[in-house]
Structure formats: structure tokens, C-alpha cells
Design a protein around this ligand. Structure first.
Ligand code: HEC
Length: 255
């Protein structure tokens, strides 16, 4: 009994140590906003794919993925995919590589836009969701913007026309809250001089869709795995019946 309590308390201690780490961005210390990925939500994935192809794909490749696979998994007809979401002249069976030369982009942005096929697994979806919503005006940076979870990022705020501009009222410090009331004392606020086409709620939803798509892209098998998982469980439940009957039969002789 003692021993069991001992192990139990160790497990709890390990969890207490590890859990809070997930809530903060590696490096910047900015608290991450949570999002629940749902790769079964096809309309969300379709909207995410559209945003991705229109706003990200010009710079970032997803070169371990093919257009055809995305179209089939997300239920997008091939002709719609080719007309609206693919670069002109591309073939549906092609890998999703863009034409940006790493050398050129390095000169323009100071860093090559990395391939995003697996970024949801590398950075985590909470990190991405927070990253895409925490660009703010910073005249000291080459593109006039900085980012809360990726300080001094080389990427411009390509979604400025959707989100509008934000200013940091903390003067570069991590957002602060009143310790008693939890009320936000300073942080990112909309800048009225550059308005976006979306409301904050619409923009959050759009970023949810976009990150959902990147989560799918990092592991297209997820959908299949869930389906297979149900069959496996069903098999185990049905198998339980003959296994139990057999056990009863064998043990009859032993007793
Ligand atoms: C104009 C080119 C450009 C566009 C368009 C663009 N990015 Fe980027 N992105 C970059 C560059 C350059 C970097 C590298 C930044 C650095 O290392 O400082 C980057 C970095 C990133 C990173 C960080 C990757 C990592 O793990 O280090 C993510 C995530 C990202 N971009 C997502 C997006 C998404 C999502 C979109 C579409 C909404 C997008 N980007 C559109 C240029 C671009």
C-alpha cells in the first residue's frame, strides 16, 4: 500500500512540474491561448486551406503534401481546387512546392520562410494560434511589426488587411493582469488608424480554421486513424464475449 502511494505521489509531482510548461511559449514567455483542434470539421479545414493558399503559400511551401490529397481529404472537387486554390499551370498530382527561391527570400526577409507541412507538430497548435494573432506595430522592425511569441520575427504581418493593426500598451513587457481581479492592465489593443476587414471574433475564427488546416496537414492520417480506432474498439468488445465464455469453460475443469 505504502509503495503504491509513493508511486502515485511521484506521478502527481511529475505532472505538476510538466503541465505549466505547456502554457507558455518556448523562449518568449508569452502566455499561449488554447485552441482545440478538430480535424473532423471539414468546413473549417476548407476555410483554413483557402486562407493558407491565398495568404501563406506565396512564401511558405508545404512540400510533403500533394494538392490532390488535400482536395480529396477535405472534400474539395478537383476542378475547384485547380481553379481557385492552386497556382496557374500546376498539376493536381504535384507536391505543394512554391516558386520562391530560398536565396531571394533570405535577402528580402533575413530568413527563409520555412516549410509549414509539419509546423503544427514542431511548434504546437496553441503556439501557432497565438502567433498569428499577436503581431503588433513596432517601428523599429524592418516591416514595421513585431510578434509576441516570436520576438523580432522576419515575417511581415501578411494578414494586416484582415485583422487590422494592434499596438502594445505594455511597452514591450509581457501583458500584465491585476493579481486580484484578473483584469487586463495592458496588452495588445486594436489601433484605430489601421482597421481590418474582420471583427476580432471573425479573425480569431479565421485563425482557428487556418491552424486547424495546418494541424491536419502535419498529420493527414489523423482522420483515418480515428475511424480505424472505432473499428478496433468494436472488435475488442465483440471478441470479449467468446473470450469470456472460453475462460468459463476452461476454469470449470480447474475448479
Ligand atoms: C511575405 C512572405 C511570407 C508570407 C506571405 C507568410 N510568411 Fe510566414 N514567415 C515568413 C518568413 C520570412 C519567416 C521566417 C521568420 C524568421 O525566422 O524570422 C516566416 C515564419 C513563419 C512561421 C514560424 C515558423 C517557425 O517555426 O519558425 C510561421 C508559423 C509562419 N511563418 C506562418 C505563416 C502563415 C500561417 C502564413 C499565412 C497567413 C504566413 N506565414 C505567410 C514569410 C512569410
Amino acid at each position: 500500500m505504502m509503495r503504491r502511494i509513493n508511486i502515485f505521489s511521484k506521478v502527481i509531482a511529475a505532472l505538476v512540474l510538466v503541465l505549466p510548461m505547456g502554457a507558455f511559449a518556448a523562449g518568449s514567455g508569452y502566455p499561449l491561448d488554447k485552441m482545440d483542434v478538430n480535424v473532423a470539421d471539414k468546413p473549417s479545414l476548407q476555410r483554413g486551406a483557402k486562407l493558407y493558399m491565398n495568404y501563406c503559400y506565396g512564401c511558405h511551401a508545404t512540400s510533403f503534401q500533394r494538392y490532390e490529397r488535400v482536395a480529396d481529404d477535405l472534400g474539395i472537387p478537383h476542378d475547384l481546387m485547380m481553379e481557385n486554390l492552386m497556382p496557374a499551370g500546376g498539376k493536381i498530382g504535384d507536391l505543394m512546392k512554391t516558386g520562391m527561391e530560398p536565396k531571394e527570400s533570405k535577402a528580402w526577409f533575413g530568413a527563409t520562410p520555412p516549410d509549414l507541412t509539419l509546423v503544427a507538430r514542431v511548434r504546437g497548435t496553441d503556439w501557432l494560434y497565438t502567433y498569428l494573432r499577436t503581431f503588433y506595430l513596432d517601428p523599429k522592425r524592418p516591416w514595421g511589426v513585431n510578434n509576441k511569441v516570436f520576438p523580432d520575427v522576419g515575417m511581415p504581418h501578411v494578414l494586416l488587411e484582415l485583422q487590422g493593426a494592434q499596438v502594445d500598451t505594455c511597452g514591450g513587457e509581457v501583458a500584465q493582469r491585476d493579481t486580484l481581479t484578473g483584469e487586463k492592465l495592458c496588452g495588445l489593443e486594436p489601433d484605430p488608424s489601421i482597421k481590418g476587414a474582420m471583427t476580432p471574433e471573425e479573425y480569431d475564427q479565421a485563425m482557428y480554421d487556418l491552424v486547424n488546416f495546418l494541424a491536419y496537414s502535419a498529420e493527414p492520417m489523423q482522420l483515418e486513424r480515428q475511424r480505424i480506432g472505432w473499428y478496433v474498439l468494436l472488435f475488442l468488445i465483440i471478441f470479449l464475449i467468446p473470450a469470456y465464455l472460453l475462460k468459463r469453460e476452461y476454469w470449470k475443469d480447474v475448479h
